[in-house]
Design a protein around this ligand. Structure first.
Ligand code: 0CJ
Ligand code: F3S
Length: 316
């Protein structure tokens, strides 16, 4: 029996962003510099394959700094941490390296500046997500109010509507966030904030690529983890942009081949924390079942790179 023909559209950009690349390098370089074990607070990025790989090299992942011993180096994940975390590390005289993405640190600095100017803040973000906890945790409780929907905006009780600012998580849906920002500006005309929001270039570009390919494909697979905010947003964006079937898969094993029965075009993308080897694995799984033609859908080029902290560039 001959394999049925199938066109695979590969989104570009997809997969690793500069912040993820830097965070993983930080763990690898810390292991080289200080030897194993190196502790990492929270998954360095939300990807099991990446985390398992680093664990194999001697990284130990903990959710709470209390679970790391004082005499080993500890790294904070790309998502950022509340102020209390480095404060505790200093109090315990620990060696720590902060792998917070510089684009998240930028939001932390923004929050600090608004607070110094006497503005209470509204953060648009997902409750309980580590980035939201980290950003809100830059300031004392009550200084940053969280909203997830335009409905939340309607219910907000603020200290002074004339002294208000907004900040956002970096991995949100661009379109949903625009609606929430519009609701904020409508209810609080004096609110100040970034030009649009704080969504990063990588999140924006991956969503744009999905929008470009979604109307033309029968199905879309997003390689990424269930706890990865930016990856989950890509699935939503794909569905909303008209793709009838969009699913998150951690790797090839997760593909529901029965759901793909009879299709002839599939789009593939990956969240910012998903390594390219997993995309290759998914493409290979298609090649094993179909006569595959690969086409790229390029909507942007990325040249962003972030340096690792100086402590890791210096000899031990
Ligand atoms: O929060 C970030 C700085 C993004 C890190 C990379 O992606 P991931 O999947 O680890 O994290 P999100 O859940 O925030 O997308
Ligand atoms: Fe940073 Fe955006 Fe990646 S905030 S870690 S560049 S998804």
């Amino acid at each position: 029996m001959t394999a049925p023909p199938l066109t695979l559209y590969l989104a570009a950009p997809r997969g690793f962003c500069a912040g993820v690349d830097r965070a993983i390098k930080i763990v690898e370089m810390a292991l080289e510099k200080w030897g194993a074990p190196v502790y990492v607070r929270h998954e360095i990025v939300h990807n099991k394959f990446v985390v398992d790989g680093l664990r194999g090299k001697g990284a130990v992942f903990v959710e709470d700094l209390d679970d790391a011993p004082s005499d080993r180096p500890v790294i904070f994940s790309a998502h950022g941490v509340p102020r209390s975390v480095p404060a505790e590390a200093r109090a315990r005289e620990m060696v720590y390296v902060d792998a917070t993405c510089p684009l998240v640190s930028k939001v932390h600095i923004e929050a600090e500046r608004h607070s110094q100017n006497g503005r209470q803040m509204v953060m648009i973000g997902h409750a309980g997500h580590p980035e939201t906890l980290g950003t809100m945790g830059q300031l004392p409780p009550g200084e940053v109010l969280l909203v997830e929907t335009p409905d939340d905006v309607a219910k907000l009780e603020v200290r002074d509507p004339e002294r208000l600012a907004f900040i956002t998580q970096t991995t949100l849906s661009v379109d949903d966030t625009a609606e929430i920002v519009a609701a904020l500006r409508a209810r609080f005309p004096a609110i100040v904030g970034p030009h649009k929001e704080d969504i990063c270039y990588a999140t924006t570009n991956r969503q744009e690529a999905v929008k470009a390919m979604a109307p033309a494909i029968d199905a879309m697979l997003v390689v990424g983890a269930p706890n990865s905010s930016n990856s989950r947003r890509l699935v939503e964006v794909g569905r909303r942009a008209g793709c009838p079937y969009a699913q998150l898969v951690q790797r090839a094993d997760d593909i529901d081949w029965r759901a793909l029965d009879g299709i002839s075009t599939v789009g593939i993308t990956a969240g910012a924390s998903a390594p390219e080897v997993l995309i290759d694995e998914v493409v290979d799984a298609f090649r094993a079942r179909f006569a595959v033609t690969v086409e790229k859908v390029v909507t942007a080029e990325e040249h962003v790179e972030f340096k690792v902290p100086r402590v890791l560039r210096e000899p031990a």
